[in-house]
Design a protein around this ligand. Structure first.
Ligand SMILES: C[S@@+](CC[C@H](N)C(=O)[O-])C[C@H]1O[C@@H](n2cnc3c(N)ncnc32)[C@H](O)[C@@H]1O
Length: 271
């Protein structure tokens, strides 16, 4: 059943901030964003005893456990805390607790200690209102430890297509697209997995629409390198985008993974 979007603060100022939504999840579907965090933010996550929060882990804690395993391999002192607004899901998840991994009841207020170095928020804002996103982002980023970040995104059931916004204390900094190349028709196939702030903005006149148009055009031009494989094709596409003036924040090391990260200012909503 599709639930109607409500004001996210409808629980009042004292309980967990947000609304209970469907708990749909699937094992391994967050592997792309986990790989990005452990690859591009390794320096930060290796430092000290960071706390990483998985906010809205869903009906099963499996993707939180997977993130814990991945990030702990960077730093055995890193801790992961899964937060959920639905109490029965928290109770069930507690069976998976272990040294360094815990679960609790909570919402956007991120009432945890110490302040989190990283927050992963995936497939949570889908059922919220677009006009609430900015306020939710501000609440989350205000709770971050210095140098910390939030990844707020969406993926498909099997995790073959994922997109996320990276936010720092000052606000959004980038949009990342990450895809399984063998099942991709064109880069704009990812548009249906955009985060809430952009999902309704893939229309003429919006920057994200121009970005997908440019990416599709570069993808179409890249057929000459297709015999060298799909990774080469994606790399070629990203290189063309960069030459065309798009402010890509990553390089060929990430492009070969079927990833591309563009500065938020190049795709932010608003004409
Ligand atoms: C669709 S599931 C996503 C589960 C998992 N993150 C994934 O992507 O596989 C969304 C979950 O977020 C929870 N949720 C929604 N709003 C929340 C909030 N403000 N704070 C904590 N959890 C929230 C819902 O109760 C639901 O269990």
């Amino acid at each position: 059943m599709v639930q109607k979007a409500r004001d996210f603060a409808s629980h009042g100022a004292h309980g967990p901030q947000g609304n209970v939504t469907r708990g749909t999840t699937h094992t391994q579907r967050m592997r792309r964003v986990d790989r990005w965090m452990s690859g591009t933010r390794a320096g930060l996550l290796r430092h000290g005893e960071p706390l990483v929060v998985d906010l809205g882990f869903g009906a099963s804690p499996s993707t939180t456990v997977e993130m814990f395993t991945r990030l702990r391999s960077l730093n055995p002192a890193l801790r992961v805390h899964g937060l959920e607004i639905e109490p029965e899901r928290v109770e069930r998840a507690r069976a998976a607790q272990r040294d360094g991994l815990s679960f609790g009841l909570g919402g956007f207020e991120l009432d945890v200690s110490p302040a989190p170095t990283a927050v992963r928020l995936f497939n949570v804002l889908r059922q919220y209102r677009e006009e609430d996103v900015e306020q939710i982002w501000s609440l989350l980023t205000s709770r971050l430890a210095p140098g910390g970040f939030v990844v707020e995104g969406t993926c498909d059931e099997l995790g073959r297509r994922a997109t996320w916004v990276t936010l720092e204390r000052g606000g959004p900094v980038a949009l990342t697209l990450s895809t399984h190349l063998a099942t991709l028709g064109a880069p704009s196939d990812l548009a249906e997995r955009l985060p809430k702030a952009l999902i309704h903005r893939n229309v003429p006149g919006e920057r994200i629409h121009a970005f997908f148009q440019a990416a599709d055009a570069a993808w179409a031009q890249s057929t000459a390198v297709a015999p060298f494989g799909l990774r080469q094709r994606w790399r070629f596409m990203a290189a063309r985008l960069k030459e065309g003036g798009w402010n890509l924040l990553d390089d060929a090391h990430r492009w070969r993974l079927g990833e591309v990260t563009v500065a938020w200012g190049d795709v932010a909503p608003g004409r």
